[in-house]
Design a protein around this ligand. Structure first.
Ligand code: PLP
Length: 345
């Protein structure tokens, strides 16, 4: 089989030897009875890492976000989020489908970041019974569709103060919060401290095959546990995959820095090509977004595929490359060469 350099997403990683060994050796039990020791250990470990009272292992990032929103709201409530937020763009309309929510979209800056000042006017007065009830402010950090950008903690603090003032909940889509941490040195727990609920992925840059963690207060997780079951997410001998998640949290966080270096190398090389539009300021973690002056993104992606390089798309006309643990620095150099050849022939 042809070996591709696969930069479509950091979700394409496969479990490493060490991770597979941990999975093989995992002690298991029935997690619906809360008797799976490995899942219990993962949840305790993750809760501590995120500085929360409790955590819950869920099958996917989408389910994580949606359980959190469901627990924090009632049907007819409104969630404020950025217009390119994953919960709006890529979760199949599930805030409406599963929880009867409407989203109030805010246009962030080029990094997908909105400010407290910007959203204060969107918070609906509690006396306005004829309006949707503003209930949650959602922040995605890092911001996928903006290119893996990091939301500055000072900005999050301001939004947190606003949420307190208006008695609103805060939800963090921290699918890639680990990437923000390795880049800024600000711990996942510090980021999470501004939020009532957080959802973090194990199956992206951390390399686990499946799963996400949600975390919050004990009371919050108790309710989340009920919703997970109701939505068919109660799993049985789940220690097999929880072991991979635990391994990922213990071994694969710090190494994300290497993925950022690979992204920077790729981005720098792209910036040297005349027909590439790229904003290096947006390349803060493991995602590189760029567009082309004289070629359609789809045509370019096909040409790259023919030469063994897989790329994805972001916003319309934008090409997306994501670095991860299953791609080496040498492969990134090779990818740069493939791109240069296509664009200069
Ligand atoms: C920011 C963000 N949130 C949530 C998700 C959803 O994760 P999953 O694909 O595991 O459902 C993703 C997936 O790419 C994501 O990038």
């Amino acid at each position: 089989m042809k070996k591709f350099i696969d930069l479509r997403s950091d979700t394409v990683t496969k479990p490493s030897e060490g991770m597979r060994k941990a999975m093989y050796e995992a002690e298991v039990g029935d997690d619906v009875y809360k008797e799976d020791p490995t899942a219990n250990e993962l949840e305790e470990y993750a809760a501590e890492l995120l500085g929360k009272e409790a955590a819950l292992f869920v099958p996917s990032g989408v389910m994580g976000n949606q359980i959190c929103l469901n627990v924090l709201t009632s049907p007819g409530d409104e969630v404020i989020c950025e217009k390119d937020a994953h919960i709006f763009q890529y979760e199949s309309g599930s805030p409406a489908m599963l929880s009867g929510l409407q989203l109030s979209l805010v246009e962030g800056d080029k990094k997908g970041i909105f400010t407290a000042t910007q959203i204060e006017p969107l918070i609906r007065p509690s006396s306005a019974y004829y309006m949707a009830r503003t209930r949650v402010i959602e922040i995605e950090n890092t911001h996928n569709r903006a290119g893996g950008t990091i939301n500055p903690v000072e900005n999050i603090q301001e939004i947190f103060r606003l949420a307190k003032k208006y008695n609103l909940f805060m939800h963090l889509d921290g699918a890639r919060i680990w990437n923000a941490y390795v880049e800024t040195g600000i711990s996942p727990a510090k980021y999470a401290s501004y939020f009532d609920s957080v959802s973090c992925c194990l199956s992206k840059g951390l390399g686990a095959p499946i799963g996400s963690i949600i975390a919050g207060s004990k009371e919050f997780i108790k309710e989340a546990y009920r919703v997970r079951k109701a939505w068919g997410g109660g799993m049985r001998q789940v220690g097999i995959i929880a072991a991979a998640g635990l391994y990922a949290l213990k071994n694969n966080i710090e190494r994300l820095k290497e993925d950022h270096q690979k992204a920077k190398l790729l981005a720098y090389n792209l910036s040297q090509l005349k027909t590439v539009n790229i904003d290096l300021e947006l390349v803060q973690t493991n995602i590189v977004m760029f567009s082309l002056v004289n070629m359609k993104a789809e045509d370019f992606i096909l040409k790259c595929k023919d030469r063994g390089l897989l790329l994805g798309t972001g916003k319309v006309g934008v090409i997306r490359a994501v670095t991860h643990m299953d791609v080496t620095m040498q492969e990134i150099e090779k990818a740069c060469k493939i791109i240069e050849d296509i664009l200069t022939e």
